[in-house]
Design a protein around this ligand. Structure first.
Ligand code: GLU
Length: 462
C-alpha cells in the first residue's frame, strides 16, 4: 500500500510551496487507494507555535485535503527517539562525542584555513578512554567514511553522493538528549510506514543523511521524489511578494480552493496540454514520475484565469454561501439568480464578485465626475424623466427584458440612440460607467429603487 505524508514544521503559515507537495502526496495516495498522513514536525521548541499548527490544519480543512488517521506530533515522540538512540549506541553504530565547543571551533578554523570542507574529524569514533570531565556528550552516528550514497529519485533519477564529500559522523542527539532533525525524520517516516516521500528539492541534501539513519536502523528506504522549486516570472525563488504567502491569504483574496489546487497541480506537473482538472481527474491522472525536472513558474494571471473558470461554473446557491465570507448577504434577495448569472461571468475572484454585487445593490453615494461629464453632456434629464414616467406606470416588471422594453419605447418615441438613455441611466444607477447590462441592474434592484436612484441622480447632477 502506498503511504505518503506531509510533514510541515509549524514555524509559520502553510505556504503554497508546502501545499503543492502536500497536494502531490495526497493525490498519489488517493490514486493508489493508499494513505496520506500528516506529521507535525514541532521539535524546534523555540520556533514552533501552536498557532502555526492550527493555521496549517485550518488551511487543510479549507482545501478539503483530508489526512488519514491521527496526526503525528514529533514533540510527543521523545521516548521513541530515545529508544533508537540507545539501540544505536548499544550496537556500536553511534557513539558519544565529548568534543567541546572550543575544540569544534578550533577544528573548523583549521579546516577553513586549509581550504578543506568543514566536518567533524571523527576523533571520538573509536574512543575507549576516560571521557573528559564536565562535558555533556552529544551522540554521533557512524556515517560511512567512503563510498557513495545513491538517492534513487523518482523525479531526478539516481543521484550519487560521495560519502567523503558530504558526510561526517553527524549529531543525532544533542548534549541535552534532544534528537536532531534528520534522525527523527528518518525514524518517523520508517515507523509511520511511509514508503513514498514527495517533498521539495530543498531537502535533497538531507536525504543522504536520512539514508544513513535508515541503514543503521535496518529500515526500508522509501522511494523519494524531490520536487523542483516554484520560481517567479524572473526565474528567482518565489518570494512573499510574488505569492509565497500564507495559503489562507488566498481565501481572503477570493480564490476558490479548487482553483488553487488546480493551479498548484500544474506547477511542475502536466498531462498533455490539459489545464482544467477536477479533483477526481487529478487523482486519476497524477503520477509523481511525471513531475518536471526543472523549476516551475508562478503566474498570477493563470491563477486568476482558473479562478474565473471555477467561479463561472459554481451554482448560484453555492456562490451565495461563499459570498457571505466576503460580507455580502444575498440569501433572501429575490433577484439573486439574475444578479449572479450576470456577474459570475465577469469576476476573477470572489472578492471581486462581492464588490460587483455591492456596487449594484448599494445605491451610489457619489457620482464619478468623468462619467457624469460624459453621460450628462447633452441634456439627459428629459430622457431620464420620460423613462421614469414609463417605469412609474408599468406594473409587470420582473425580468431584464421588461425593463429593456421600456428603454426601447423611450428610444423610439424620442428618436434617440440607445447610448443617450443608456449612459445617463448607468451613471444614475451605479454612479459610474462599467458593470453589467443596465436592464439587469434594474431588474435586480427593482422599480422603486430604480426610480429613487434616477431622481437622486437628477438632483445631484442638474
Ligand atoms: N518539516 C520539513 C519542512 O517543513 C519537511 C520535512 C520533509 O518533508 O522531509 O520543510
Amino acid at each position: 500500500m502506498v503511504v505518503t505524508r506531509f510533514a510541515p514544521s509549524p514555524t509559520g503559515y502553510l505556504h503554497i510551496g508546502g501545499l503543492r507537495t502536500a497536494l502531490f502526496s495526497y493525490l498519489w495516495a488517493r490514486k493508489n487507494g493508499g494513505k496520506f498522513v500528516l506529521r507535525i514536525e514541532d521539535t524546534d521548541k523555540a520556533r514552533n507555535s501552536e498557532e502555526a499548527t492550527q493555521a496549517i490544519l485550518k488551511a487543510f480543512e479549507w482545501l478539503g485535503l483530508e489526512a488519514d488517521g491521527e496526526i503525528t506530533y514529533q514533540s510527543k515522540r521523545d521516548d521513541i527517539y530515545a529508544k533508537y538512540i540507545k539501540q544505536l549506541l548499544d550496537e556500536g553504530k553511534a557513539y558519544k562525542c565529548y568534543m567541546s565547543k572550543e575544540e569544534l571551533t578550533e577544528l573548523r578554523e583549521t579546516q577553513m584555513a586549509n581550504k578543506e570542507r568543514t566536518k567533524y574529524d571523527g576523533r571520538y569514533r573509536d574512543f575507549d578512554g576516560t571521557p573528559p570531565e564536565g562535558v555533556e556528550p552529544v551522540i554521533r552516528i557512524k556515517a560511512p567514511l567512503s563510498g557513495e550514497i545513491i538517492v534513487k529519485d523518482g523525479v531526478k533519477g539516481d543521484i550519487s553522493f560521495q560519502a567523503e564529500d558530504i558526510l561526517d559522523d553527524f549529531v543525532i542527539a544533542r548534549a541535552d538528549g534532544s534528537p536532531t532533525y534528520n534522525f527523527v525524520v528518518a525514524i518517523d517516516d520508517a515507523l509511520m510506514g511511509i514508503n513514498e516521500v514527495i517533498r521539495g528539492d530543498d531537502h535533497l541534501s538531507n536525504t543522504p543523511k536520512q539514508i544513513v539513519v535508515y541503514e543503521a536502523l535496518g529500515f526500508d528506504i522509501p522511494a523519494f521524489y524531490h520536487v523542483p522549486m516554484i520560481h517567479n516570472s524572473k526565474g528567482k525563488k518565489l518570494s512573499k511578494r510574488d505569492g509565497a504567502t500564507d495559503v489562507m491569504a488566498y481565501k481572503e483574496m477570493g480564490y476558490k480552493p479548487e482553483a488553487l489546487l488546480n493551479f498548484l497541480v500544474r506547477l511542475g506537473w502536466s498531462h498533455g496540454d490539459q489545464e482544467i482538472f477536477s479533483m477526481e481527474e487529478m487523482i486519476e491522472l497524477f503520477n509523481p514520475k511525471d513531475i518536471n525536472k526543472s523549476a516551475s513558474i508562478y503566474s498570477t494571471d493563470k491563477l486568476d484565469w482558473l479562478n474565473a473558470h471555477y467561479i463561472k461554473n459554481t451554482p448560484n446557491n453555492e456562490l451565495v454561501e461563499l459570498l457571505s465570507d466576503y460580507g455580502v448577504v444575498l440569501t433572501s434577495h429575490d433577484k439573486k439568480e439574475i444578479l449572479l448569472d450576470a456577474l459570475k461571468e465577469r469576476a476573477k475572484t470572489l472578492k471581486e464578485l462581492a464588490e460587483m454585487v455591492n456596487e449594484i445593490v448599494i445605491a451610489p453615494e457619489s457620482y464619478d465626475e468623468k462619467a457624469v461629464k460624459k453621460a450628462f453632456k447633452g441634456d439627459p434629464i428629459p430622457i431620464l424623466n420620460a423613462f421614469g414616467a414609463k417605469l412609474t406606470n408599468a406594473t409587470e416588471l420582473h425580468l431584464p427584458s421588461d425593463y429593456h422594453a421600456l428603454m426601447e419605447e423611450v428610444v423610439n418615441e424620442m428618436e434617440i440612440g440607445f447610448g443617450k438613455i443608456g449612459m445617463p441611466l448607468r451613471v444614475a444607477l451605479l454612479g459610474k460607467m462599467g458593470g453589467p447590462n443596465i436592464d439587469v441592474i434594474m431588474a435586480v434592484i427593482g422599480k422603486e429603487e430604480t426610480l429613487l436612484r434616477i431622481a437622486n441622480a437628477i438632483t445631484a447632477n442638474s
